[in-house]
Design a protein around this ligand. Structure first.
Ligand code: KG4
Ligand code: ZN
Length: 350
């Protein structure tokens, strides 16, 4: 089946053609330049940019795949979760194409897309597997029993891990997106003995919490810079621009960033491996934007190796938001008869 996938849940406008779990094209237009001056995604700007780009991105995906639109056999589009205005742009385009081309359409859960991206690059995946989706909006563990029986067994009680990376990077004046900025800064440094909290590490607890860690970072920053109140409220800071990393403050920022990344990595790796063991899964899939983090990859592989669990990560480009993961998921759904009629809506939460 030749399927077009469309993804517009956040700040990437993406389209991809997939057939038989093989990627024929995978086009991603990132809006990072639009949002970086705000230190995070501005929903209204995101939807406007999707509207500007969506047709060209779809055309490019069709051209790069060498598949004319008239040869498409199905369409999958992200239905949620995500920013409602952004989702509606992709869904509108997908419905118009399904109607015009007279082909079936299915609304795809973005998180299931992340989980099943791994099928684009691996053949030996066995059910049940444990999946950790760790992105800017979500940090959840899923027991995947088969293609259509997916149970969430743990989730964050407050911030998502990627959100914590983004907020901490903003606080440290490191730019957006935070995960890439923090990983880049700390690759040749360590926390110099600084230890920050690791929450909810009891063996059979599969929930996450990162807000205490975020507050601990704030306290460390206060120790370094003193209290600078931007709004008169305690604990609120002007963004601190760490221009010179060789100063005492620059070295302090690196140390805090390294300790922060270490805490997040330890918690994610330990919980994911524990969950795989608890639910008797031989394989652990780690996906979503934060799965691009090399320290997380190394830590999880070493813990999983001792627990005799195999860890699978999508390649870097398939960790962050893309439409190939939506197309591959749509291929499974459409082949099994999960076709939506044109009245389906967007779901900001799912
Ligand atoms: O999956 P994704 O592209 O979008 C969502 O669905 O949220 O994930 C984006 C998140 C951002 O919070 C970003 O800071 C984080 O993934 N991220 C990383 C890295 N690359 C992206 N976090 C840690 N290390 C990275 N290398
Ligand atoms: Zn995502």
């Amino acid at each position: 089946m030749i399927v077009l996938g469309i993804e517009t849940s956040c700040d990437e406008t993406a389209a991809s053609v997939v057939s038989g779990k093989k990627i024929l094209s995978n086009v991603v237009f990132s809006q990072i330049d639009v949002h970086k001056e705000y230190g995070g995604v501005v929903p209204e700007l995101a939807s406007r940019k999707h509207i500007e780009c969506i047709s060209q991105v779809i055309d490019l995906a069709s051209k790069e795949a060498g598949v004319a639109l008239s040869h498409l056999q199905g369409i999958g589009v992200t239905r949620g979760p995500g920013l409602i205005g952004s989702l509606l742009v992709g869904i509108g385009a997908a419905k118009a194409m399904a109607l015009g081309l007279n082909i079936p359409i299915t609304g795809v859960n973005h998180l299931h897309g992340h989980l099943f991206a791994v099928f684009l690059e691996n053949e030996g995946i066995e059910f049940p597997f444990m999946g950790l989706v760790v992105s800017g909006g979500h940090t959840s563990l899923y027991l995947v029993r088969n293609f259509f029986d997916i149970e969430r067994v743990g989730k964050t009680r407050d911030d998502a891990a990627g959100e914590a990376f983004d907020k901490v990077a903003k606080l440290l004046g490191l730019g957006y997106p935070g995960g890439v900025a923090i990983e880049g800064l700390v690759q040749d440094s360590d926390s110099d003995g600084l230890r920050l909290p690791q929450a909810l590490l009891e063996k059979d607890n599969f929930d996450f919490s990162f807000s205490g860690l975020k507050t601990a970072v704030l306290r460390q920053v206060e120790n370094l810079f003193g209290r600078k109140s931007a709004t008169g409220r305690p604990g609120s800071f002007y963004p601190i621009c760490a221009e010179n990393m060789d100063t005492d403050q620059g070295i302090g920022i690196k140390k805090i960033a390294a300790a922060f990344q270490d805490s997040v990595v330890q918690v994610l790796a330990k919980k994911a491996v524990n969950a795989a063991k608890y639910y008797n899964c031989k394989q652990l899939v780690i996906c979503g934007g934060v799965a691009a983090n090399r320290a997380l990859r190394e830590k999880t592989i070493s813990l999983a190796c001792s627990a005799r669990v195999q860890v699978l990560f999508p390649s870097f480009g398939l960790c962050t938001d893309n439409a190939a993961m939506i197309a591959v998921r749509a291929e499974d759904l459409l082949s099994a008869g999960f076709v939506d009629d044109l009245s389906f809506d967007a779901k900001s939460r799912w």
